[in-house]
Design a protein around this ligand. Structure first.
Ligand code: SF4
Ligand code: SF4
Length: 413
């Protein structure tokens, strides 16, 4: 699949690196976020994958891509911890990188200075040659199957991508880790549009696999020191896990991370589809898992998202099922600061300002349950509700006990 490389040359990066017969995944114990502990765990994972020099050559331009979903403090576990970003920068310096760029395109329209400051990225690059990159710049199109992605024009100068995801549960894709993290290279507003085009878990998973193939990183290092459980990726609870994971193969990496959720990797559509596409290894027999943190990872118990059952719903009945089960984002007014970012992020214009209070309100009939609003909210003010009241209402409609249209009075707010 064609991707641009340094100075606009185009190579087929996915075809050049087919899945190996066996993939190595390194899991290093990492008990805290202090510099010495993270540096030690990072040294362990890098040594086991051949050292940073196996990925970064002298004179190259490196993009370090953490998960910066929204401007939240590092201890909330929404974003990749800045200490890991800083230690990876220092490793790239030692490997001789000419330019080290750091950044991510968040969900929603956030001021970049605020994003960098709140997530600790400003401090992470301080005193290093690394530069925080803006996505508010000239864009270029990038072919991705039948879709066209928009990425910053400077991406054409990147030689090596090092992906630094945060391990989190995810409402639509079950988990967000190595495969999904590269979607953040795509510009924020364009991302929301794809949720509208591919609204179901199956459809968005297939799309994300194509994005991964297009933007495939050289190396993925996962921050799972503190992960997120429950209603991830933005509104769950932090849970200490205590490991870093790394691999060249993000399919094998995500499959290994499934242990923390007590899930078989093949049950996650995104991982299964990526393996079927030949992008990496899924079966345990084809994954060589090494490192001091293997047992630590297996002992973890991340509580999955309340929406985990969505992945079992066949594509044709997804829309109907989500109406019946009333799975919806829900605005929590006490946390809301009326910033309007969710309104901007919604690809279906399903969020409006309530006339009397100014709080956002969601139109159930227009919402496609993509959760872009939840991901973009900087205050964690959008939760997700799953309840079965609409099944009963549907049955009552069918028996003509409730006139069609009575539902209009019901809001998700
Ligand atoms: S829910 Fe409130 S705080 Fe969150 S993005 Fe929407 S307007 Fe802003
Ligand atoms: S209101 Fe519905 S359609 Fe709009 S962003 Fe939220 S989940 Fe997506």
């Amino acid at each position: 699949m064609p991707v641009p490389t340094r100075h606009g040359r185009v190579e087929d990066r996915s075809a050049a690196a087919p899945a190996a017969d066996r993939s190595r995944v390194v899991v290093a114990a990492c008990g805290a976020y202090d510099a010495a502990t993270v540096a030690g765990a990072l040294a362990e994972v890098l040594e086991a994958v051949g050292g940073m020099g196996a990925f970064v050559q002298a004179g190259q331009t490196v993009l370090i891509k953490p998960n910066l979903l929204s401007p939240r403090a590092p201890d909330l576990a929404v974003t990749t911890h800045p200490e890991l970003v800083r230690q990876v920068i220092l490793q790239c310096v030692r490997a001789g990188a000419a330019r080290i760029w750091v950044g991510d395109s968040p969900a929603g329209q956030h001021a970049e200075a605020s994003l960098w400051a709140r997530t600790g990225m400003t401090a992470a690059v301080a005193g290093t040659p690394a530069v925080l990159m803006s996505w508010h710049t000239k864009q270029m199109p990038l072919a991705c199957g039948t879709d066209t992605l928009a990425v910053p024009e400077w991406y054409s100068e990147v030689d090596v991508v090092i992906s630094l995801p945060k391990l989190k549960t995810h409402a639509l894709t079950t988990l967000t880790c190595g495969l999904k993290n590269v979607f953040g290279i795509v510009s924020g507003q364009a991302k929301a549009g794809f949720h509208s085009t591919y609204p179901s878990p199956q459809a968005i998973s297939a799309f994300l696999v194509r994005v991964y193939a297009t933007l495939r990183p050289a190396l993925t290092i996962v921050d799972a020191v503190t992960a997120m459980e429950g209603n991830g990726p933005s509104n769950g609870q932090p849970l200490f896990v205590g490991v870093l994971l790394a691999s060249r193969d993000a399919v094998a990496l995500d499959a290994t991370a499934c242990a923390a959720l007590r899930l078989p990797a093949a049950a996650v559509p995104m991982i299964r589809l990526a393996a079927q596409a030949g992008l990496g290894n899924l079966e345990a027999a084809r994954i060589e898992c090494v490192g001091s943190g293997k047992d630590v990872l297996r002992a973890a118990r991340l509580r999955p998202s309340v929406a985990r059952y969505l992945r079992h719903i066949p594509e044709p009945i997804f829309r109907l099922a989500t109406r019946l089960f009333r799975l919806r984002p829900k605005i929590q007014e006490p946390q809301c600061v009326k910033c309007g970012i969710c309104t901007e992020a919604c690809p279906r214009q399903a969020i409006h300002e309530r006339a009397n209070s100014g709080y956002p309100v969601i139109e159930p009939a227009t919402c496609i349950v993509c959760f872009c609003c939840m991901e973009s909210c900087p205050r964690g003010a959008i939760a997700m509700d799953l309840y079965f009241g609409s099944v009963l209402r549907f049955a009552r409609h069918a028996r003509r006990e409730v006139r069609p249209g009575d539902d209009a009075s019901e809001t998700d707010h």
